[in-house]
Design a protein around this ligand. Sequence first.
Ligand code: CTP
Length: 392
Amino acid sequence: MLQGRRVLLAVTGGVAAYKSAYLARLLVEAGADVEVILTDSSQAFIGPQTFAAIVGRHPHTDLFHGHSVSPHTDLARWCELVVVAPATASTMGKIANGISSNLLTATVLATEVPVLFAPAMHTEMWEHPATQRNLSTLRSDGHHFVGPASGALAGGDAGIGRMAEPEQIMEAIAGILGGSDGSLRVLVTAGGTREPLDPVRFLGNRSSGKMGHAIADEAARRGYQVTLVTASDLAVVPSVKVVEVETAAEMLEAVSGIEADVAIMAAAVADFRPARSGDEKISRSEGLSSIELEPTPDVLASVIDRENRPYVVGFAAETGDLDRAVAKTMQKGVDLLVYNDVTEPGSGFGSDTNRVVIVDPEGNTDRWPLLGKREVAARLLDRVNADLSARG
Ligand code: CTP
């Protein structure tokens, strides 16, 4: 199931650490190549020798005294997925706040691959507002979670906070790495195009590119080969290939040269451009009473019309008309449409959150709650993965 996949198992200090040895064994049995990090506190519960015997390598325990000069970046770049199991409240808090105080937290902060947390702690700690705040930060940063479950806890207590069972953690790992054999080619368009009127002025829109860039980041973290054609200058993780464009015509040209299995068209492409745009600035004295417009090329349609058509996700930023988005899904022939109402609080251009409705070609709608754009990206890729798996 995970033949040859490189998984980093990061173990923190909770009694559930004993189950992580079994998780290590399941990973090895599934064919994964496994490295283990143990924090100091985890070793109060389980020893390095146990993991060494199971995975055939000594666990990494120290940021400073090993052979490597930079063990955290070595491990961060080596793996395809990090699973933090068990994940204590302390480790969740450190990572949510960017604190790298040991090899484990430094590695998680240094990696670009998906990170799956399997939290384990007492109910009171799980329900504490600080933990819930950290959980929501980690989720909106694009991290994945499995559990916790309800059941027996340390010291004879019971309640929510028990680490998910290793079999469940395995399923979550397979779900994330599932389609990502590293060869899935994902094309993402992002940002609002700018159509020049003269060398100084343009017709544009309010799109920031945050949604498309979050999708590119998340796809890269899953190990996909990602090309981002963008009219936004926001940063993305280094493994994403970025093609910067300004106009719809440049976007069309860039996209036409990119082969893809999945195309996620999140760009807000101008529908019209000035029919003429001179090399010289139009001066006030010349006067300009009107701007003649002409249509821009439809980038999405060019991808749909390909002979070797990828799975295509379209976006529709509307002002409250879901029926229009449902009709658009069918008209455009996309495999999925992501609708959002830009007039809703938290869903407008430039916002870090989004409330979307997913529309499929049969007109079925799936309303998602208000989420961080990174979480929307993660759920969207999960949905695309599920559709691709169903198609075989
Ligand atoms: N799109 C595109 N090229 C264009 C216009 C739109 O690739 N020239 C893509 C967008 O990236 C988005 C989808 O088409 O994924 C829908 O964009 P939208 O502007 O909502 O659709 P339009 O066809 O422009 O419909 P309308 O303006 O009438 O709402």
